[in-house]
Write a protein that binds this ligand. Structure first.
Ligand SMILES: C[S@@+](CC[C@H](N)C(=O)[O-])C[C@H]1O[C@@H](n2cnc3c(N)ncnc32)[C@H](O)[C@@H]1O
Length: 398
């Protein structure tokens, strides 16, 4: 009975959501307004909703209840063959005995069609033909049925401290040397780790951007860095942890995010930096210096499609016209930022998008219009390791 009522609540929430705000915020408000749900109920109901979003447009001939349960069935990934799931045991016993099957076999048991999984790709993610080339469409689509992990990056010299604290708090984790720690997404780390001081929350692929930053040679005078879409400063902290000597300028279009950045930098031990409000789409704002930076990081606004394993509601609500809008904005930003790269300086372009138009196409635009030369570009695939997928390209001014 309890599980049926969870299913009903999940249906009510899904039907009331219109994609205008992030789903995690919507469901939080819903639970705040409906106090009858305890924390276990909330977790269960929210899990059912997310399982439904993970289907995208697939299995759309089923009723909404059956789609919620099908999404749940596809997401349950038991370690043993005779595992049982309480929700399915009660509401779909025929799927409960098939939990150990592969995703393709599960699609067949749901539909009776042996080709159902092969046909499901574009229903789940309708824009597979627009992916950056190195991305494997099949693996990428399958990854939507797996909740990504939470990742920490230990600050320099804090690896042991972080591992010890996680162990003491009985949080199960995997250390991915040298500095990454993976753990279930629901892990409560705020009271265990001094965030930003001992470790930063940073996706594994985002941490991997450091490999490109390390290609930038340090100079005796120190690297002059400008993070021109700084957000809350994650990439600057990564650069700060990479170079011995750094002069930092950060800018963003939004003032509140720079306030947030200031708090984070304080916790991260970054005391001296210049912070500017600048809309890079209309020029470089108040930042007058030209040819001045040894490294400019442009971690640009984007579709975020490489992170939709965490926000699968986008599979339902994304307007593909946004790809062109983002691509045009990204091209403006890079054209306005690039002239500030010093001779022999570097430019690092980053997105968390999987779309060619936001990735390779912008790289071609930079090559054609800025005089910068491509050093290395990489799709940082996260879909096979419970992480986000990102794109990074490093350029040099010859
Ligand atoms: C992907 S986020 C940056 C994340 C950040 N680098 C980090 O690692 O924490 C992109 C940022 O670009 C900013 N932004 C969006 N449009 C912009 C514009 N026209 N000019 C400058 N910044 C912009 C957004 O406010 C957002 O903070």
């Amino acid at each position: 009975m309890r599980y049926y009522s969870h299913l009903q609540s999940a249906r009510q929430i899904i039907e009331g959501y219109n994609g205008k705000e992030p789903f995690h915020r919507y469901i939080r408000t819903f639970f705040a307004q409906h106090k009858k749900f305890g924390s276990r109920d909330r977790k269960q109901i929210s899990g059912l909703c997310y399982a439904y979003w993970r289907l995208g447009g697939s299995l759309n001939t089923l009723s909404i209840d059956d789609r919620i349960l099908a999404g749940h069935f596809l997401c349950v990934n038991p370690s043993s063959e005779n595992a049982s799931d309480p929700v399915l045991e009660q509401l779909k016993p025929e799927w409960n005995t098939a939990l150990h099957l592969s995703i393709a076999e599960k699609f067949t048991s749901i539909t009776g069609d042996t080709d159902a999984w092969d046909k499901a790709g574009t229903a789940i993610f309708p824009w597979l033909d627009q992916l950056s080339e190195p991305i494997d469409p099949k693996q990428f689509t399958a990854s939507f049925f797996i909740q990504p992990d939470l990742f920490l990056r230990a600050r320099p010299g804090k690896e042991k401290q972080v591992a010890d604290k996680l162990t003491k708090a009985a949080i199960s984790f995997q250390h991915i040397p040298p500095t990454a720690f993976a753990m279930p997404n629901s892990s409560k780390i705020d009271e265990v780790i001094k965030l930003n001081t001992e470790a930063v929350v940073q996706d594994l692929s985002s941490q991997q951007v450091q490999e490109l930053i390390q290609l930038v040679p340090s100079t005796p005078a120190g690297i002059r860095l400008w993070d021109c879409c700084a957000g809350s400063g994650g990439k600057t902290i990564l650069a700060f942890d990479t170079f011995k000597k750094l002069t930092i300028t950060v800018s963003d279009k939004r003032e509140p995010i720079l306030v947030n950045l200031a708090k984070r930098f304080n916790e991260a031990g970054i005391g001296q930096y210049q912070s500017l409000l600048a809309d890079m789409a209309i020029g470089s704002g108040r930042n007058p210096s030209k040819y001045n930076y040894d490294l400019i990081i442009a971690d640009v606004p984007c579709s975020g499609s490489g992170t939709w394993g965490r926000t699968p509601e986008w599979l339902h609500f994304f307007d593909p016209a946004a790809i062109d809008t983002y691509s045009a904005l990204q091209k403006k930003i890079v054209i306005n930022a690039a002239p500030h790269v010093a001779d022999n300086g570097y430019f690092l372009y980053i997105t968390c998008s999987v779309f060619r138009k936001e990735n390779e196409e912008v790289v071609e635009h930079i090559q054609a219009n800025t005089g910068l030369e491509l050093v290395k570009m990489e799709v940082l695939k996260g879909y096979h390791r419970k992480a986000d997928t990102m794109f990074a390209a490093l350029f040099k001014r010859p």
